[in-house]
Design a protein. Structure first.
Ligand code: TXE
Length: 481
């Protein structure tokens, strides 16, 4: 009998009301790995009722107690990090080494960050000439609906759970049906840490069924979502009639701009990571590389050489840099862009022919790095989020041309700029359409700063006090004396 997950409601593990389950496959082998509850509205409602009940006490709990519990959860995740990393890899396809270096350390950091942020939260008081004091009151909202994606499963999940419960809310979480394993393991950690029943509830299932039911539930006033832009639109439409508070962290198609004064060795090294880390399945990946004409040939030579050195294979092998992509459907979506690039006159520096994997990996969902040049910015390959190891490299002459190419899309999540010219760095920081701009680096994350997209990359900001304020009702009380 395959491992069968259960929903986590009110501190108990319970089967879905329908008794139905979704097959979940190991992306490296294509083999059936475990079963995920195919939950629906009844399961979501059961979880919301438990969360509502728990809210009565949790919303009045001491901040120090919430911080203690968040740190306790982090302690247990630290103790379990190897098995969490292995599960994340088995579920999503990423190398275990990446889950150990990125995902699980960030899970622990998320928990500890908000344990500290809530204790050190500042509220303001203003005096008025008219003899009055205005002070800010930040109160929990109620039951928060948290919907998370499959690319960084537990990393994104805890980045929502931690601030939501730190601020005194209770939560109903709906992880991606493609990567439910670590969320299910996290439920046991919640119990072991001593979090009161009903504070955290996790319901597994498909987006249009369980996810939609959560968004539409009348007793869930606030929704935090990370996923694709198309889904973000559907969620915004479903939430609108009830004027729900929304945070939407959506897709990206991020420019990576290399000027001719850049440190090319570092720029190409980091650009390879930005292109192919996590199989290119990070919303912040730099998949559109723009290189100033004078250094274009040298950059392409360096980039291709370094990409060719990447090891793609067994996710359990510490030397593997990339594993398979998350699903067969996603593999087919990514590979379809190779055909589109050919039709649009693209020239392949790598990946036009995809190597066949053998042995136990023959049926896995593999995509090897694809590097394409010579495409216009109008090509779908340059405009659509592919969310896989596919990058385009395009040359430009002037800074103005680079900015125009970079800003030319409906996305605005992140951007990278490689230059030694400090004035240019600050100038581009001002004018690039992106919520996060990195200069001479990539994916260097400070959890205190606002994080989120512009344009079709999202609504709202997460991170630091922005998350705590998102998950709070903020009031002003004016007292005349
Ligand atoms: O995300 P989806 P998917 C992008 C990337 C990817 C695309 C789709 O391009 O190919 O989004 O990926 C739930 N009501 N990113 O299919 O569909 C769903 O069950 C409520 C970028 O994984 O957006 C899952 O839990 N919920 C992104 C979550 O939404 C719904 C990371 C994400 O699913 C729903 C992941 C509905 N109608 C994908 N439909 C990033 N910015 O990091 C789905 N869901």
């Amino acid at each position: 009998m395959k491992l069968t997950l259960a929903n986590f409601i009110d501190g108990d593990f319970v089967a879905p009301a329908s008794g139905a389950y979704i097959d979940s496959f190991n992306p490296a082998t294509g083999a059936l790995d475990h079963m995920v509850p195919d939950s629906g509205a009844a399961d979501i409602d059961r979880a919301v009722q438990a969360a509502k009940l728990a809210f009565k006490d949790w919303s009045k709990s001491k901040i120090e107690e919430r911080a203690r519990l968040l740190n306790r959860i982090a302690d247990i995740c630290e103790e379990r990090k190897k098995e969490l990393a292995e599960a994340e890899s088995r579920d999503q396809g990423k190398p275990v080494s990446l889950a150990l270096a990125l995902d699980i350390p960030r899970v622990i950091k998320n928990l500890r960050f908000f344990a500290s942020a809530i204790v050190h939260r500042i509220e303001t008081v203003n005096r008025m000439d008219e003899g009055a004091l205005n002070y800010t009151v930040k109160r929990p909202v109620g039951v928060a609906g948290l919907i998370s994606p499959w690319n960084l499963p537990l990393y994104v999940l805890t980045w929502k759970i931690a601030p939501a419960i730190a601020a005194g809310n209770t939560v109903v979480v709906k992880p991606s049906e493609m990567t439910s394993l670590t969320a299910w393991m996290f439920a046991s950690i919640i119990n072991e840490a001593g979090v009161p029943d009903g504070v955290v509830n996790i319901v597994f299932g498909r987006g249009p069924l369980a996810g939609q039911a959560l968004v539409e539930h009348p007793d869930v006033p606030i929704i935090s979502f990370t996923g694709g832009t198309a889904t973000g639109r559907a969620i915004a439409a479903a939430a609108a009639p009830r004027l729900k508070r929304l945070s939407l962290e959506l897709g990206g198609k991020n420019p990576n701009i290399i000027f001719d004064d850049a440190d090319l060795r570092e720029a190409s090294r980091m650009s390879v990571r930005a292109a192919f880390l996590n199989q290119g399945e990070i919303c912040l990946c730099g998949s559109r590389i723009y290189v100033q004409e004078k250094v274009y040939a040298e950059f392409c030579e360096r980039f291709v050489r370094q990409a060719a050195e990447l090891r793609i294979g067994d996710p359990r092998d510490p030397k593997s840099f990339m594993g398979p992509v998350v699903s067969k459907a996603h593999q087919e979506k990514i590979l379809s862009y190779i055909e589109i690039a050919k039709k649009d006159g693209g020239r392949f520096l790598m990946g036009e022919e995809q190597p066949k994997m053998s042995g136990e990996f023959a049926n896995g969902y593999w995509v090897h790095p694809v590097i394409i040049t010579g495409l216009s910015n109008e090509s779908r390959v340059c405009r659509e989020e592919i969310f896989g190891p596919v990058v385009t490299i395009t040359s430009f002459k002037t800074e103005e041309e680079a900015v125009e190419l970079a800003n030319d899309l409906p996305y605005g999540l992140s951007a990278s700029v490689w230059t030694k010219d400090v004035s240019r760095a600050h100038r581009l920081g001002e004018i690039l359409h992106a919520g996060t701009i990195w200069v001479n680096t990539w994916m260097l994350r400070d959890l205190r700063v606002p994080f989120g997209g512009m344009k079709e990359s999202g609504i709202g900001r997460e991170g630091g006090t922005h998350s705590l304020d998102f998950f709070s009702d903020i009031k002003n009380v004016c007292v005349k004396f």
